[in-house]
Design a protein around this ligand. Structure first.
Ligand code: PMP
Length: 422
């Protein structure tokens, strides 16, 4: 591969083109392994950023893509519809919390968040309350890189402070404590409640990542906190937007993380694992109440319509991925991964440089006391046949659910060896 061209011309996520860090040439992927050009196989502990639930080169997904490609790869969704989109929407309505009945098929996670925000704004416009246009988000929250989504990311610790002066000024409540197993006190939500009380006339919605705050720190918080936020939204008549782009499809141990708290949002965003990690696809679901409001409003329509909306190929693969997931023992697999991550990473809890070790579902996190040297740690893990992407103080694994006990052991052993002395 022409890596010199890559270095000089191609942006990678959050990268520089002056002195770019090395990128590794991956030639193919099979099962849970990425194969570099030189033939080395690496266990993908990242599931390609939460996506590849079933691993790679999955016959069921390949077949769905091939069959659909022969029929119709893409067709505009304006004025046309097709079986893969209808089948996918039926499935999503069926498997997400019951009140979510209406489906917008978007093309990336960030776009599905834009759609969610626009739904909330149009809803309140339709209710004769256009001033209800601000969003309440959480510190350490992350919802995407486009402008609407960026405005809901933590402005201080988030990744978007460079653009702060160009973003809509929303409101931010303190992050929930990262204590999944502990109850949530009145005090913990006191500031959130106060912000809502003081701004209720301007607030359209609360947006949050249920249970797992991902890019903002890989923090797992109490289901009770989520229940309290839902109750506050009901009390003050706000919409709740749950961003399950990362947590959706079983990653936290429940099919959707909202299920830990037994709550349902008014608007739900999905992405990443929707296609089993084969192509880009996302969805925003909302309740009848939200959809009816929007459609009875001034415009009479929902004002969004991306070119690749409802792409048949992506819908067909999503259908195959959801079928594959739900027809297999995904819950047992995820809970075995959780147990193994917890047990096998536990020796790190006593290591000098480690601040915390935690696991929930198929997510294992080692939080270091200091930011790690990303390239050095990555290299050391690659030497041990493992692909992880450290981020600041965090080194975390979210492997495909089909990762065997043995492969997972190789991954955790590598983490313990590399981070134990870091
Ligand atoms: N919301 C959450 C919770 C995410 O983790 C991400 C992706 N990291 C996004 C939104 C944005 O999704 P995408 O990168 O597909 O635009």
């Amino acid at each position: 591969m022409d890596l010199d061209f890559d270095r000089q011309h191609i942006w990678h996520p959050y990268s520089s083109l002056i002195n770019p860090p090395p990128v590794y040439p991956v030639a193919r992927a099979e099962g849970v392994r990425l194969y570099l050009e030189d033939g080395r196989g690496l266990i993908d502990g990242m599931s390609s950023w939460w996506c590849a639930l079933h691993g790679y080169n999955v016959p069921e997904l390949n077949r769905a893509a091939q069959e659909q490609m022969e029929k119709m790869s893409h067709v505009m969704f304006g004025g046309l519809t097709h079986e893969p989109a209808i089948e996918l929407s039926k499935k999503l309505v069926e498997i997400t919390p019951a009140p979510l009945q209406r489906v917008f098929l978007a093309d990336s996670g960030s776009v599905s968040v834009e759609v969610a925000i626009k739904m909330a704004l149009q809803y309140w416009q339709s209710q004769g309350q256009p001033q209800k246009s601000r969003i309440l988000a959480l510190r350490n929250g992350y919802h995407g890189d486009t402008f609407g989504a960026m405005a809901t990311c933590d402005p201080v610790t988030g990744m978007h402070h460079l653009f702060a002066s160009h973003l809509t000024q929303h409101l931010f409540a303190p992050a929930p404590r990262p204590k999944f197993h502990e109850p949530c006190s009145d005090e913990e939500v006191a500031e959130l409640r106060q912000l809502i009380e003081e701004n209720r006339d301007q607030l359209a919605a609360v947006i949050l990542e249920p249970i797992v705050q991902g890019a903002g720190g890989m923090r797992f918080y109490s289901p009770e906190y989520l229940q309290r936020v839902r109750a506050l939204c009901d009390e003050y008549d706000l919409l709740l937007i749950a961003d399950e782009i990362a947590t959706g499809f079983g990653r936290s141990g429940k099919l959707f993380a909202c299920e830990h708290a037994g709550i349902s949002p008014d608007i739900l965003t999905l992405g990443k694992a929707l296609t089993g990690g084969t192509m880009t696809m996302a969805a925003t679901l909302c309740t009848d109440k939200v959809a009816d409001g929007i459609c009875r409003g001034e415009a009479g329509v929902f004002m969004h319509g991306p070119t690749f909306m409802g792409n048949p190929l992506a819908c067909a693969v999503s259908n195959a991925s959801i079928e594959l997931l739900l027809s297999g023992p995904w819950q047992q697999r995820v809970s075995r991964i959780e147990q193994q991550l917890r047990e096998e990473l536990s020796p790190l809890a006593d290591a000098e440089g480690v601040a915390d070790v935690r696991a929930l579902g198929a997510i294992g996190v080692v939080e270091m006391k200091q930011p790690v040297d990303m390239m050095q740690v990555q290299e050391a893990l690659i030497d041990r046949g493992v692909w992880l992407r450290p981020f600041g103080k965090l080194v975390y694994a979210m492997p495909p659910y089909v990762t065997s006990e043995e492969d997972l052991r190789q991954l955790t052993t590598a983490m313990v060896e590399v981070l134990g002395n870091a």
